[in-house]
Write a new protein. Structure first.
Length: 371
């Protein structure tokens, strides 16, 4: 049985996944496959680049990666937090700062040049892209030795992106593909924030979250034989008690619903397939007994039919028979405010808080799962 870690996209909320991974490693959980999309693909690549012997180094590298992405100028450091009072105020200030000035380790604002053109041509729409993520590629290259991906004694890496022109998923699998920084960065080109696409192998690629923000199905398709023990990180809450009160809260809740984990159908289907395969095996065994008894009849047509059935059974049962045996879902709850641009808050206080929250929530999820 393969142990799988599935990481979603969600901008700065990906720091939560860093905390989750820290706790999973602390409990000596080793992953055969790490799958991710968008910021989850970046986290996954840092994890998969390290061997099982250096897994503790991967924890340190992942946390250093997030602390390097964190913004330390605006809003002010934690000791001056009394100047902006609330988490919501900090998130608003930090996201506004990111939109205006970008992030030197992640994205560069190009919209300033577009604004100049708009001033000269007032009816000209804002040009695309608004942000260039070349700095993020440079940062990632410092944390990932891409030559190590796919080597023995390491987790298999699966990352997803979206083909702009065909609306089809593009899945990169370290077992079959030489994954480089471009393939990972391509998964993080979120168009709604004006982030640039990536051209790779004559394809124009956007964020994988546009098709699926929880790349579990892609894992099953890529590895259809072995059953799975899945640890899934859900950044966008399933449940919110409070109803939206204004349009920003409405868009926020709608965004959560669009990108939250929707793999329950996959799990239910996996259980149905498991029952079908059990029944198919019983029928197969009975037919094989019957086949032995019919050998004496020496009927070539009947033997041929049994042979074809045997081949088809092996295809179904042995090559498409992966079952999700167990699913541990670690879900990020929203405990206070509901801010639409929370995923653009790279303030150091928020990044550290998300990492701590991921650690604590994972501890609770593991205790609940063990009961």
């Amino acid at each position: 049985m393969e142990t799988v870690l599935v990481l979603q996209g969600g901008g700065s909320l990906g720091a939560y996944e860093c905390g989750v991974y820290k706790t999973l490693v602390k409990h000596n959980i080793k992953f055969d496959i790490v799958s991710g999309t968008s910021i989850g693909a970046l986290n996954a690549s840092i994890i998969a680049a390290h061997s099982y012997d250096t897994v503790k180094n991967s924890v340190k590298e992942l946390e250093h990666f997030w602390l390097e992405l964190a913004e330390t100028l605006i809003p002010l450091p934690e000791q001056f937090s009394f100047l902006y009072f609330t988490d919501e105020a900090r998130a608003i200030l930090a996201s506004m700062y990111s939109a205006m000035y970008g992030n030197p380790k992640a994205f560069f604002p190009r919209w300033i040049f577009s604004s100049l053109l708009n001033y000269l041509q007032p009816f000209r729409p804002l040009s695309y892209p608004l942000f260039d993520i070349a700095p993020l590629k440079e940062t990632l290259n410092r944390y990932v030795d891409f030559n190590n991906l796919g080597k023995p004694n390491r987790a298999r890496l699966i990352v997803t992106s979206t083909n702009i022109q065909t609306s089809e998923p593009v899945v990169s699998d370290s077992k079959h593909t030489n994954i480089d920084a471009d393939r990972v960065i391509a998964s993080a080109g979120f168009p709604f924030y004006g982030i640039a696409w990536t051209k790779k192998d004559n394809k124009y690629l956007w964020d994988g979250a546009l098709l699926s923000n929880t790349p579990l199905r892609e894992v099953i398709d890529a590895s259809p034989i072995s059953d799975k023990m899945v640890y899934l990180v859900n950044i966008f809450p399933h449940y919110q008690k409070e109803l939206p009160q204004d349009m920003f809260e409405t868009w926020h809740r709608a965004r959560d619903i669009i990108y939250t984990d929707k793999t329950d159908n996959n799990v239910r289907l996996s259980r149905i397939i498991s029952r079908y395969l059990s029944l198919l095996k019983e029928m197969h065994d009975l037919l094989m007994i019957k086949n032995v008894n019919l050998k004496e009849e020496n009927d070539p047509k009947l033997k041929d039919r049994f042979m074809k059935m045997e081949l088809e059974y092996n295809k179904l049962a042995r090559h498409r028979g992966a079952i999700i045996r167990e699913l541990v879902r670690i879900e990020r709850p929203e405990k206070s405010h509901h801010f639409l641009f929370e995923d653009a808050d790279f303030s150091i206080a928020t990044i550290k808080k998300l990492i701590r929250q991921g650690e604590a929530d994972t501890e609770r999820a593991l205790v609940t799962n063990s009961k």
